[in-house]
Ligand binder design. Structure first.
Ligand code: SAH
Ligand code: SF4
Length: 384
């Protein structure tokens, strides 16, 4: 089996090139061809010696993922479904905004955490993606979009690991993929513009701080252990106090001086004024100093099997006001791409389900997006 060069960060590629008797600067050239130019054919790489190109053609490949479908929302959001074999598929979503282009990337086929409100969680866990499969989502999307939009320069300015899967339960593949995203010879994204979102795998938060401290988002969803145990089963292993301690430790290394807490607003479940107050007490009162954070309120994106409903906008606003009045920076996330089931938590990506999803998407492609109205002192944003 030949090596897929999408599996390597620059160090890995240099080590691989060394096995072919090639110097490090050759690895850098190759890395730039692959990631900056989107090349997969070694014969195109004209500034590499012919002998190297021949060796590569024999021993290596640059192999992306097959695209099963592509859907474009009325608001410009694009969702791709990629085949990862054995009946599994994963999704990536591009979210264009005036000042940035964000790609939401998957880390696993399915997810083992099993959150109540998440359709990926309901699907169960199939397998971890390899580094190459994580990187391939960005490699494909970036170069597709440049062609699609007729642009020479970078289109994707931000990556959020908020697609399918729990990135910190696929740590070994995640870290080299993050390094490719950050590398100036590849995508050159700043650490502030790459966000890992986690449901709270405490030991891995500490390792990420050491290995590759990018921006961190923590999916909180509940202010008490009793409620969080029910919504995010991982809480039974890593309860809130331990999770907030890990956030505090992460801040010493983080590229931003805050942690983003995500909170999915579920009608009648976690959206009452007393939940907002408990949330204020939790993040402000933690260890007497509080945790420096921003709160991101996400309107729940319903899917049939959840049995849950989205909180009404007035309730989200009332909730946000309690946080804002307590001095916590709070945003209410706009829902993007929900007409194509590309919004947070709607990513299912199961090939067995593909035809039905495809039909549903086709029917819904022209549906006008629902937008949560901007509450008074909070601002609206998308995944950032
Ligand atoms: N596993 C990681 C990252 C992927 S989920 C995590 O849980 O953080 C990305 C975000 O989407 C998380 O904040 C998650 O809580 C949220 N989410 C999941 N299902 C959702 C739904 N149905 N509606 C809105 N947000 C959802
Ligand atoms: Fe997994 Fe995140 Fe979905 Fe929970 S919300 S099931 S951790 S993908």
């Amino acid at each position: 089996m030949t090596a897929n060069l999408l599996d390597f960060d620059l160090e890995g590629l240099a080590a691989y090139c060394a096995t072919l008797g090639e110097k490090r600067f050759r690895a850098t050239q190759l890395f730039r061809w692959i990631h900056q130019r989107g090349a997969s054919d070694f014969s195109q790489m004209t500034d590499l010696a012919r002998s190297l190109r021949e060796k590569l053609a024999q021993h290596a490949r640059v192999e992306g993922l097959a695209v099963l479908s592509q859907h474009e929302s009325a608001d410009g959001t694009i969702k791709w479904l990629f085949d990862v074999g054995d009946g599994n598929a994963v999704e990536a979503v591009f979210i264009p905004e005036d000042d940035r282009g964000t790609l939401c990337v998957s880390s696993q086929a399915g997810c083992a955490v099993g959150c109540r409100f998440c359709s990926t969680g309901h699907q169960g866990f199939s397998r971890n993606l390899s580094t190459g499969e994580i990187v391939a989502q960005l490699w494909f999307a970036e170069h597709f979009l440049r062609r699609h939009l007729g642009r020479d320069e970078r289109v994707i300015s931000n990556v959020v690991m908020m697609g399918m899967g729990e990135p910190l339960q696929n740590y070994a593949a995640l870290v080299p993929a993050l390094r490719v995203m950050l590398d100036d010879h590849a995508y050159g994204l700043s650490r502030r513009r790459v966000t890992v979102s986690t449901s709270g795998v405490v030991p891995m938060i500490d390792r990420l701080a050491q290995d590759c401290p990018v921006a961190l988002a923590v999916s909180l969803h509940a202010p008490t252990d009793a409620l969080r145990d029910a919504l995010v089963p991982l809480n039974r292993k890593y309860p809130l106090a331990e999770l907030l301690d890990a956030c505090q430790r992460y801040l010493e290394h983080a590229p931003r001086d805050f942690i983003t807490f995500e909170y999915c607003m579920l009608d009648g479940v976690n959206d009452q004024p007393e939940h907002a107050q408990a949330l204020v007490d939790l993040v402000r009162g933690h260890r007497g100093t509080g945790v420096s954070c921003k709160l991101n309120l996400i309107p729940f994106n319903p899917f049939p099997a959840s049995g849950l409903l989205r909180s009404p906008p007035q309730r989200v606003q009332a909730f946000a006001k309690i946080l804002v009045d307590a001095g916590i920076v709070t945003t209410v996330r706009k829902t993007r791409g929900d007409d194509i089931d590309a919004a947070c938590g709607q990513l299912a990506g199961d090939v067995r389900d593909r035809t039905r999803v495809g039909e549903r998407m086709a029917q819904q492609r022209t549906v006008v997006l629902r937008r949560a109205p901007a509450p008074g002192r909070t601002k609206e944003t998308t995944r950032s």
